[in-house]
Design a protein around this ligand. Sequence first.
Ligand code: AMP
Length: 551
Amino acid sequence: MFSTMQDVPLTVTRILNHGMRLHGSSHLTTWRGGGEPQRRSFAEVGCRAFQLANALRDELGVQGADRVATLMWNNAEHVEAYFAIPAMGAVLHTLNLRLPAEQLAWIVNHAADRVIIVDGSLIPLLAPLLPHLKTVEHVVVSGPGDRSPLEGAHARVHDYEELIADCPTTFDWPEIDERQAAAMCYTSGTTGDPKGVVYSHRSIYLHSMQVNMTQSMGLTDQDTTLIVVPQFHVNAWGLPHALFMTGVNMLMPDRFLQPAPLAEMIEAERPTHAAAVPTIWQGLLAELTAKPRDVSSLTQVTIGGSACPPALMEAFDKLGMRVCHAWGMTETSPLGTVSRPPAEVVGTEREFAYRLTQGRFPASVEARLTGPGGERLPWDGESAGELEVRGPWIAGAYYNGPDREPLRPADKFSEDGWLKTGDVGTISADGFLTLTDRAKDVIKSGGEWISSVELENALMSHPDVAEAAVVAVPDDKWGERPLATVVLKDGSTADFETLRTFLAAEGKIAKWQLPERWTVIESVPKTSVGKFDKKVLRRRYADGDLDVTRL
Ligand code: AMP
């Protein structure tokens, strides 16, 4: 027996129509660095998305599931593309502007993008690539920037504003099957070729609803979110879709992602909530310590993408910015867990420990832990294994071209279709995830695992340490041992012996886990999405590039 309920497709078009009509007066502000910020109401953003769709279809011939790529910072035009492209039935492909040129070219060719919308400021990045992008027929330039480097390329060049200027603000949106592709994003590909994750209308819609739930971000139209996490990184954690749905105002930093302009825009625009990876917040913290500002509006900060160091959470708490830790990946749209402590621990000593976990799974994300031998592990807060997940916004395969079966590599998907996350951790009886490592970063010393994240967090809680990354290095006796690479704060005098004693104090780290190899580095190398790039450190160690002290 089937239900008597209506079967209405869950599409990005619904979010667009709803946001522009029912939250038409909410605002999207784009920081312009120095000049007056650009402000558009959701109604205007929506109308311009309608115009863009008309232009893409009528002027550039976009049809069916054509891929339209964006090479853009976080700004209003990028949000317009977020809605126009999927709503017209095409596929939005966000390009990670921090990837090496060859990888970007590979990705554009693999996705067979027909159009690229590019910020004028990023023309110097696109121009040398363009001759290699055979499928790209049109380049649409948004905002100021010297266009001459694009001249002579095979693709036709258009100006975004000119292109949409005379287009109607209505569009007869097509009927869309909710399982159809809406957007795609390639994983950063630290090993092997990048892998394409294709989000459906349905997955984006359901994910947006989850983001908006009280136990996730829980925002309303009285809030303003500063979206620092790039729009090319997992749809800016799904925030533009989710916030359009509920009328939460958006503040977009465009290319002004350095600590000083971020602090300035928080003081000037008074967002109540912000989202970014820990490295951004570390930078902001140093900036605010050096030059205090009124950031009192910002009372909620979502941190994810890498583990939130406890010292950072504490420091932000002191500034009145309450950190909420979250875990996710490109393959999980990304919302996987959010660390909202259960009611019974709020106000007790245990609350902070709960907040530091990666968080609790929502109803739609099922999780299980798999041990090294493939056995299922209990949720006891102690048994560590690889996390596997499944749910309506979790990838079940990777894109493999339009006419080929999607890829389901055995190291990424279990036989019964669960996503193998490559993250190692424990789950408590009440469903809170604590990650101890990436499977590939775990240090295997004499048959026991040492968590590099635990060592890093302990090191970063020392007042003289700005950043620390710990990697496994080969060891004759133990197989692998930890190498501590440390970035010291300016003027610090701490030596390795002091740091090691600090780690051992109060049983922070078990004695056998203490690193004996130490080195000071200028900064921790970062990946294209701002995470610690440990493979660079491992390579520098193997090449003998690091000046290592043995204690
Ligand atoms: P990406 O697909 O580039 O977003 O990377 C996803 C990976 O980032 C995850 O598999 C984790 O290894 C890591 N990650 C994301 N959020 C967290 C977090 N809160 N704590 C620790 N690692 C995280």
